[in-house]
Design a protein around this ligand. Structure first.
Ligand code: AGP
Length: 608
């Protein structure tokens, strides 16, 4: 969703803003804009338009922009349609600002400050600018005005502000929606997320909520709302400098799929000792896992699907009660949470607001919390008692791939850890599990080596309108993720179904040439699954079979088949998921879609 950048320093700001907005494109957006400080004319110049960052670039092409201070924004429309006027920045009086989030009480503010005739857009953001200008006009004190204005705002917001009579200075304040900032030799910078900063520096700090930040060329100062100065708590990004670039791949999604062997290795690395899972470096005490009686996973989309695999493992290995909840439904479903519950929030971005709110709710009910996060210092990480980072590096494609498999890797470590300290498995049994887990990167590599074979299967479903993915047990959980992947990047309607459930309704939709992707990786339910596959085949379905090598039989040779390399059944989720990611990727790229930016979707979902 909306991306934000701000810079003041010694360099020309226009290319910095355009570059950063291009980097932030992955978040999903429909309009772009920037405002720059025009020192000659003592004003702030605004350029904005509906469309892509390249449209904004064209708009500014022949403008003489000579400025070293400015702010930029990519908008994902919430209040008001997609048009030039509603794009950010918004200016009212001396105030120009960009905003991420939603001002929930904007209608009340229009009445309170009598703004209806003054506004030119349909946005909640322009209302915030008008309220801020109202207070600024009272005393021309930027800090005081920001303080007074935010006291009036309800909702979530990251505001980045320029005042036309305060040249080369940027202010910011936030509630929930994140802002990260940094100071380097080249100037001061802030952004909605690290990916925009990582080519400049590997040091950054997260701006605390309700803290006013003032960026000058050579200085960053922060105050809380009582005027106490706050010291920035710098963090170090462990992302390599070019890790947010495509590095020769046509799309980030392909690059990120291909990075999985390394990402999974990096996730596991340093988290075992003498072959036993060990979270000491993450400062997680064993008591977190021994003290709980039940587990509740809260997450959205792909992260929730990782939770479903964990659920199957917890049941089979630990015989423990576990719920996996859609974070957006969690608070409204009267969840059973108490101080004996371990709530695990899973999120690549660490900023998904549904997951953040679910986590806060669980903590208010007394639950202990652990989060599984990719982005360091993100809101969910800061809200949790303990954090396990996935170490996957930046994930830019909207379709999550390496975040999912690294979340899974951590879930396997957690289950084996719990099985160890709860005495369910012996040391030798745990060591055997970890040995197998450590084989995953090499097995995933061998799936990637066969990617052309998946490409051939993908060609067979290019023209499909609807598709079914069928499997049982763990395979069904894997297919839920495979199906989400396909629908989000290829726009093919895809349904994952537990095979045994087909004859209770959906088999009515199977006719001649209905494409069906079947997954068979679990030996104990294989024969039942094969019967279900034959049921759809005999009704005319075109079956593409993804099957574990050891489970191939003479009767399975009649189908288009992709053979998955062997691992113990429990771990087959890794090769199977990667093959399904490749399937989705090839369908999308062969159809000529913008694989990394599927329509209507945003990478970071910061509205409920
Ligand atoms: C993944 O392919 C999706 N685009 C989406 O479901 C995503 O997993 C979900 O929005 C949660 O995001 P998070 O992991 O950043 O919380």
């Amino acid at each position: 969703m909306c991306g934000i950048i701000g810079y003041t320093g010694s360099k020309q700001v226009k290319p910095i803003i355009i570059d950063a907005l291009t980097t932030l494109e992955y978040r999903g957006y429909d309009s772009a804009g920037m405002a720059v400080c025009n020192n000659q004319k003592n004003r702030t110049d605004v350029y904005k338009c509906a469309g892509r960052v390249r449209d904004l670039e064209k708009k500014c092409e022949f403008k003489d922009i000579d400025s070293t201070c400015g702010i930029g924004h990519t908008r994902w429309a919430t209040h008001g349609g997609v048009c030039d006027t509603n794009a950010h920045p918004h200016s009212v009086g001396k105030v120009t600002l960009v905003h991420n989030g939603i001002i929930e009480n904007y209608k009340d503010l229009i009445d309170e400050f009598d703004l209806s005739s003054a506004l030119t857009s349909e946005t909640d953001t322009e209302v915030a600018a008008a309220v801020l200008d109202h207070f600024y006009e009272k005393g021309h004190d930027a800090k005081k005005a920001v303080k007074s204005a935010v006291k009036k705002l309800k909702g979530t917001f990251a505001l980045v502000i320029m005042f036309s009579d305060i040249p080369d200075v940027i202010y910011s304040i936030r509630n929930v929606s994140p802002i990260v900032a940094t100071l380097s030799e080249e100037g001061a910078m802030l952004a909605s997320d690290n990916t925009a900063l990582c080519r400049f520096t590997d040091r950054y700090f997260v701006v605390p909520e309700y803290t006013i930040v003032e960026l000058k060329k050579d200085k960053v100062t922060m105050w809380d709302l009582n005027d106490n100065e706050i010291t920035p708590q710098y963090l170090t990004m462990d992302w390599e400098k070019n890790s947010a670039e495509k590095n020769g791949y046509p799309f980030y999604m392909e690059k990120e799929i291909m990075e999985q062997p390394k990402a999974i290795r990096d996730t596991i690395s340093g988290r075992t000792r003498a072959g036993i899972p060990n979270f000491e470096a993450d400062h997680i005490p064993d008591s977190l896992f021994t003290g709980c009686e039940r587990i509740c996973v809260v997450a959205c989309g792909t992260a929730m699907h990782a939770g479903l695999v964990f659920q199957a493992l917890v049941k089979s290995r630990l015989n423990m009660h576990i719920d996996v909840e859609l974070a957006s439904e969690f608070m409204y479903s009267d969840p059973v949470i108490d101080e004996k519950t371990l709530v695990i929030a899973v999120s690549q971005s660490g900023e998904t607001i549904d997951t953040l709110e679910a986590l806060k709710y669980a903590r208010r009910k007394g639950a202990k919390s652990l989060s599984i996060i990719n982005v360091k210092g993100s809101s969910i990480a800061r809200e949790s008692d303990y954090v396990l980072y996935t170490n996957a590096g930046p994930e830019i494609a909207v379709a999550s791939t390496k975040a999912y498999t690294t979340q899974l890797a951590l879930f396997y470590l957690i289950v084996y850890k719990m099985a160890h300290i709860r005495g369910v498995l012996s040391d030798d049994e745990i060591r055997e599990c970890i040995r197998n887990l450590k084989r995953v990167p090499e097995v995933v590599s061998s799936v990637l080596d066969e990617k052309n074979a998946v490409h051939v299967i993908a060609r067979g479903v290019l023209d499909a309108k609807d598709l079914f993915m069928i499997g049982r047990g763990l395979d069904y959980s894997i297919l839920m993720e495979g199906s989400l992947k396909l629908k989000e990047v290829s726009y093919i309607h895809s349904e994952a179904y537990a095979s045994g459930e087909l004859k209770h309704g959906p088999i009515a939709l199977i006719t001649d040439n209905t494409p069906v992707v079947a997954l068979v990786t679990q030996e104990r339910i294989m024969s039942k699954e094969l019967s279900n596959i034959r049921e759809v085949r005999s009704r005319g379905a075109d079956v593409a079979l993804f099957i574990k090598a050891d489970l191939i039989q003479s009767s399975t040779r009649e189908f288009d088949t992709f053979v998955l390399p062997n691992l113990p059944d429990e771990l087959m989720v890794f090769p199977a998921s990667v093959a399904l990611q490749l399937l989705a990727y090839y369908v999308s790229s062969d159809k000529g879609f913008d694989v990394d930016k599927p329509r209507n979707l945003a990478k970071v979902v910061t509205v409920e």
